[in-house]
Design a binder for this molecule. Structure first.
Ligand code: PLP
Length: 857
């Protein structure tokens, strides 16, 4: 019998254990090991069963056990101590509090998904986990972040694998009452309600709040009686429906999210948010809600746009065009032709997402393009991805080189306390005096010996093997109710065998099945009598992606063959809980995407934080961190003729590395059974990567390189009743209108001998028509570099020319202006130059921002 409805009854705790309730209500328990130990002590078995969920534990534990603990003064003191520790964590000054008063006092962070703990499955993969790690690190650093997202009734989906290897999805409905969430309420106790005027009815949402350490996460939920039936399902699933459903979710996330943040700041007395950060373009509509607010304060659309741009940070996450949300333009038009955003008309919205560049589609509204137009501060998520993004969006900045496209990069990081195995943290604490593994002195081989490191690595592998067996037994039991599992399942995997891990979502570019390229060779690798290798694999395919499901099937079928089934397993239902044991338990973390389609990739970072070595294509983060000692690089066959050849070459290279480099080193043991050369790499990995791969490093970078500048730019535009915004909007209008008439009329150069030598000076003089603009509105630059075939410049340098006031007539705007300057020839060989004009203004971050440039022809 299935229940039609389900709810959770919270336990009544004995009074002297009330601290447990306070502690369970803050998700800090998800990364704070001492808190987890406190809960585990209540009932270690139950703690396992409820998958480390304090609220479920308190709901399930026998009242008599609670009574017993209430009588145990030692336990009561321990609980109170943890509660006091939580309170001081929440209140004490941390890193951010040392930054001074210019630092923004509230930063709003938007994301369509948040992966914080296995018990709050509001994520599908990397983007969500990153958002969760961002909040946790922000909390640790004291960054005053408030986050906005959606509460999906069924989260993403839960994965099972059919006997013939096909992915089966199910959508267990979550009960918010059983989660660490509370309703955001007005002072009179009524729930705060967010409403959006849609073309045929009003969409209402309630707001759940989750405490992630010091950070509040607001999640909007449309499954409330006030909504018409069809609107209740807007937040049913993460990435569930297509077109219109998705648009509704994104309107709610962006517009509704800003409204929720405003309600929250007003209710809590927190200062209004100054900086808005959108994690990928899905939340991009947030800028429109802010524009609407500013119009309400008397600004025009263009003036408001300047303010919003200045204070908005847009992080792009995908170099795959299919990963970008693109809506039917007509649909967007329909939704903005309502009173959804007072003062903002559809005609003003549509150009923001228009693909009005070569190759763009006129019928499409592109969320990433809008992200760049509404956010002055943009970044990719690794150095390589920054570069790829600058190329990808170059069309928005015609005439500029890709290097000039205003997209920076901040390489992702991962939250070390969440992702470092407690055994490794305990080792650091015991031997290095700190459980902060990202700052521990791993190089100190007398404090932490090779044997220590190897011992802990062995235990983590053992733990993974046990967990994998448990999961596969459970999956088997699910499919064969009442049956007895076959004996070979009892010794699936081997705790002493070199273990390669591979887990990720399954879009084609990640090439889940590359390892199957030469099945016989893989078989030999797995079953090598002296140096066997085992693979632990996991991953979910998007429910609508049958191609991805076929890849999973291919892998599962291969892995079920008799001779290898104990060496290769596919674990169903990849999630945070599995990942926390998987990364530490693997010796080698494999990643073989098609370069450069992996924007960053974070699973390999999590593996590295646990001393696993990476074996990866030089893509994403690995491209900037691989140093020859911390793992292995699979060379990418960029020059291959076609995809198949490329796969073949890269797969062969991967097999070669496993056979000739990895396995021999792993099995080369000293008298103590320790693989010294391997452990040296583990030590090197921990010592050099833990800190730069941490989310703490990442969030500091966001603060210093993006949030602080964004707050500064925005505040300069808003002071004196938005004087800056008004003048910037006027200036842009003026510059855009005049630009078609701006021209480099003539360029002269002199000063060189017949045979120029290094050190000689080139005197450049350019005659420029400014069409009514003043010389202060522009910068005239000589652009020079090595000149190549086709006159393409490389190693480009730019130098500003100055107005030559000695020439009569220069100040008469109807006449062309003379600009002059000198370039020193700094290298021998080919030299080329040109002259160009770009708009400049102190409120612009870079001259490329307006996409206006005029070059000498
Ligand atoms: C880290 C993580 C991911 C993302 O890993 P990538 O390497 O970016 O693909 C996905 N799912 C889970 C559960 C994770 O922990």
């Amino acid at each position: 019998m299935k229940a039609i409805r389900r709810f959770t009854v919270r336990a009544v705790l004995p009074e002297n254990l009330s601290a447990l309730e306070e502690i369970a209500a803050n998700l800090r328990w998800s990364w704070h090991e001492p808190t987890r130990e406190l809960f585990a002590r209540i009932s270690p078995d139950l703690w396992q069963q409820v998958r480390h969920d304090p609220i479920a534990l308190l709901g399930a534990v026998e009242p008599s056990r609670l009574q017993e603990l209430a009588g145990d003064q030692g336990y009561v003191d321990w609980a109170n101590h943890i509660r006091d520790d939580l309170r001081s964590y929440l209140g004490e000054p941390r890193w951010y509090q040392s930054l001074g008063s210019d630092a923004p006092q509230t930063i709003a962070y938007f994301s369509p998904e948040f992966g914080i703990a296995a018990t709050l499955p509001q994520y599908s993969g990397g983007l969500g986990i990153l958002a969760g790690d961002h909040l946790k690190a922000a909390s640790d650093l004291g960054v005053p972040l408030v986050a906005a997202g959606l509460f999906y009734r069924s989260g993403y989906f839960s994965q099972a694998i059919s006997p013939d290897g096909w992915q089966l999805e199910s959508y267990p409905v979550l009960d918010p009452d059983g989660l660490p969430l509370s309703v955001l309420r007005n002072p009179d106790g009524s729930p705060v309600q967010i409403s959006l005027a849609l073309p045929d009815g009003v969409l209402h949402a309630r707001v759940w709040q989750a405490a992630v350490g010091r950070v509040t996460l607001l999640l909007l939920d449309t499954d409330i009686p006030d909504n018409e039936e069809r609107l209740r399902s807007v937040t049913d699933r993460l990435y569930g429906g297509g077109g219109e459903h998705r648009l509704l979710q994104e309107l709610l996330l962006g517009v509704g999210g800003v409204r929720a943040v405003k309600a929250w700041t007003e209710l809590t007395g927190a200062p209004p948010a100054e900086v808005f950060h959108t994690n990928e373009g899905h939340a991009g509509f947030l800028g429109l809600e802010r524009i609407s607010d500013l119009i309400g304060e008397g600004l025009t659309f263009d003036q408001a746009l300047q303010v919003v741009r200045a204070g908005t940070v847009f992080t792009t996450h995908t170099p795959v065009p299919a990963g970008i949300d693109r809506f039917d333009r007509a649909l967007v038009q329909r939704y903005f032709s309502t009173s959804l955003l007072p003062g903002v008309s559809a005609d003003e919205v549509l150009p923001l997402g228009a693909e009005d560049y070569p190759g763009g589609s006129p019928d499409v509204f592109n969320m990433a393009v809008m992200g760049l137009r509404l956010g002055q501060h943009a970044n990719g998520v690794s150095q390589l991805h920054g570069d790829v993004s600058r190329h990808m969006f170059n069309g928005l900045y015609p005439g500029f080189d890709p290097q000039e496209v205003p997209i920076d990069s901040v390489t992702n990081g991962v939250h070390a306390p969440t992702w470092t195995d407690p055994m490794l943290r305990a080792l650091a604490l015991e031997r290095l005096g700190t459980e902060d593994t990202t700052h521990a002195d791993w190089g100190n081989a007398s404090a932490v010996t090779d044997l220590d490191l190897w011992g802990v690595r062995n235990r983590m592998r053992e733990q993974l093997v046990q967990d994998a067996r448990r999961r596969l037994e459970a999956a088997w039991a699910e499919q064969n109710p009442g049956g007895i599992s076959p004996a070979w399942m009892d010794d699936l995997l081997d705790p002493n065998v070199l273990t390669i891990g591979f887990a990720r979502r399954v879009p084609t570019y990640k090439r889940l099945t590359l390892m199957l390229h030469d099945p016989d060779r893989l078989r030999r690798i797995l079953t090598d009598p002296e140096r066997p290798v085992q693979f632990v694999i996991a991953g979910k395919s998007h429910p609508a992606d049958d191609e991805g499901k076929r890849l999973i099937q291919k892998l599962v079928q291969f892995a079920s063959e008799n001779d290898i089934r104990q060496r290769m397993v596919f674990l169903p239902d990849y999630d945070i809980g599995m990942a926390q044991l998987l990364y530490p338990g693997t010796d080698v973390w494999l990643n073989n995407p098609l370069r450069p389609l992996e924007a960053c990739g974070t699973s390999g970072m999590k593996a590295a934080l646990n001393g696993a070595l990476n074996l990866s294509i030089l893509d994403g983060w690995w491209n900037e961190f691989y140093d020859g000692e911390n793992g292995w690089a699979i060379p990418s066959a960029d020059a291959a003729g076609d995809g198949a050849e490329r796969d073949a070459l890269e797969a062969e290279a991967m097999y070669d590395l496993i056979e000739h480099q990895i396995a021999p080193r792993f099995y080369d043991r000293d008298a103590d059974g320790v693989p010294a050369a391997w452990v040296a790499r583990i030590r090197h990995t921990l010592a050099t990567l833990s800190s730069p791969l941490s989310a703490e490093r990442m969030v500091r970078e966001y603060v210093e390189r993006l949030y602080l500048p964004a707050a500064g730019y925005e505040s300069r535009l808003t002071t004196d009743d938005y004087a800056g915004a008004r003048s910037l909007a006027d200036w842009k209008t003026r510059v855009k209108a005049a630009w078609p008439g701006v021209a480099v009329a003539h360029v002269d150069a002199g000063g060189l001998d017949a045979v120029p030598q290094v050190g000689d000076e080139l005197h450049v003089r350019a005659l420029v028509q400014l069409n009514g603009l003043s010389p202060d509105d522009v910068e005239v630059q000589v652009v020079y570099g090595r000149s190549q075939e086709g006159d393409e410049l490389v190693d480009v340098h730019r130098q500003a020319l100055t107005v030559d006031t000695s020439v009569p007539g220069t100040h008469d705007a109807s006449v062309a202006h003379e600009f002059v300057g000198t370039v020193r020839l700094a290298w021998a060989g080919s030299f080329g130059y040109t002259v160009r004009v770009v708009p400049v203004n102190p409120y612009l971050l870079t001259p490329a921002e307006l996409g206006l440039v005029t070059t000498a022809s």
